[in-house]
Ligand binder design. Structure first.
Ligand code: PHB
Length: 390
């Protein structure tokens, strides 16, 4: 009898402190439609992480629950995040390719007791919207600042900027302008174009007419960027000697075959190149290629996802699998590790990733394939965007 009572009491005590042994992670991204390749890269990066490290952390098993938001759609993103929190009982929210989709979910985090680990969305301000946001991707301030120095040194003293008219585009424009003017350059004209723009010929004509020696551009990576760079080549800007500068979103590796030789020599700055030469990246590329089907499809969202999974696994470890967003986020402040992209850390103040930014040039390998060749490293870059907003 005594034994029975003891067993009953310990069962109650145990269930009182127990947590689910399956920990669900809700991942929101574009898994269908024109940006499906980017979502596919989220999934491949997550699968690569699970293949290399297993799906268990301590006593707990990780389960990923995917939700598709094909294009920027804050209302849909918020509704799906709500469903993930309330019905699926996810302990973590992650993914988020587009800024508006991440922004819309930040008001849910505190009440839901759920950390958000951003695998892509790149507007600086997102991390300021909730103390439960951590980002393992990049910001367009971070990637667009170093290219300004490169542009100035390349002799382009007057530049026209062209960006998509939403968060990361406005940030990219401000970042480039601040650094380019500081170097001594002049912004000839700045234009912001709607996200849905897909005919770039009139813009190319405007760039030619502006008399600018170069163009700086940011658009979200996908069919839009491919169209933009193609249009730059096909409208004769390259032949006219108008130089092209951008963050690496504009030359993501899967688009390089379609751009062909016309893209050779294009310089971009970015946090990740598939060609990055390190043992960590070799292992990552091998596992990600297996997950996605071929190395030619790998793009930067995969590395944001892979490192996002690492951060979430550290959060699960630190909380012993219990749902405690504050403790989970605190545990990764200051965390540093070697990513496939190089050395990285989570800035304890901003919860954004500090990392190297690389200058890369589109090149052709002996086997005829195209790649981004890293030619210079800007070490340990934080997010200048948050400092600029102060
Ligand atoms: C964003 O919406 O934050 C975003 C999307 C795609 C990119 C960069 C930023 O390539």
């Amino acid at each position: 009898m005594k034994k029975l009572i003891l067993a009953a009491v310990s069962a109650i005590v145990l269930s009182g402190t127990a947590h689910a042994d399956t920990i669900k992670i809700g991942v929101i991204g574009p898994f269908s439609g024109p940006f499906a390749l980017q979502g596919k890269n989220f999934k491949a990066g997550i699968d690569a992480y699970l293949a290399m490290h297993g799906n268990r952390v301590g006593d707990d098993t990780i389960e990923i629950v995917y939700r598709d938001v094909p294009a920027p759609d804050p209302a849909q993103s918020k509704a799906l995040a709500q469903e993930l929190i309330v019905k699926e009982k996810v302990q973590y929210l992650s993914g988020f390719y587009f800024t508006p989709d991440a922004m819309a979910v930040t008001p849910l985090l505190k009440q839901g007791n759920v950390p958000m680990v951003i695998m892509n969305a790149a507007t600086s301000a997102i991390v300021t919207k909730s103390p439960y946001v951590v980002r393992t991707s990049f910001t367009t301030w971070q990637t667009s600042t170093p290219i300004a120095e490169v542009a100035f040194d390349a002799g382009a003293k007057g530049i026209m900027t062209v960006v998509s008219d939403y968060g990361p585009g406005v940030d990219a424009e401000n970042a480039f302008k601040a650094a380019f003017e500081k170097a001594g350059g002049k912004i000839v004209e700045s234009i912001r174009i709607p996200l849905a723009t897909n005919d770039f010929s009139p813009i190319m004509q405007r760039i030619k007419d502006s008399g600018a020696e170069g163009v700086f551009a940011f658009l979200p990576s996908g069919p839009t960027t491919l169209g933009f760079v193609k249009s730059y080549n096909e409208n004769g800007l390259k032949d006219a000697g108008i130089k092209f500068f951008a963050p690496g979103d504009l030359t993501q590796e899967p688009d390089l075959p379609a751009l062909g030789d016309a893209a050779l020599g294009i310089q971009t700055t970015f946090h990740y190149a598939v060609s990055h030469d390190s043992p960590e990246n070799k292992a990552f590329v091998e596992a990600t290629a297996k997950a996605i089907g071929s190395e030619a499809e790998i793009s930067f969202p995969a590395v944001g996802a892979f490192d996002g999974m690492y951060v979430i696994s550290k959060m699960i470890e630190a909380t012993g699998g219990e749902q405690d967003a504050e403790r989970a986020v605190d545990a990764v402040k200051g965390l540093s590790w070697t990513s496939p992209r190089g050395p990285v850390s989570i800035d304890p103040e901003t919860r954004h990733i500090t990392q190297n930014i690389y200058l890369r040039e589109v090149a052709r390998d002996d086997d005829g394939s195209y790649f981004n060749r890293e030619v210079r490293t800007f070490e340990k870059q934080g997010d200048p965007g948050l400092a600029a907003a102060q």
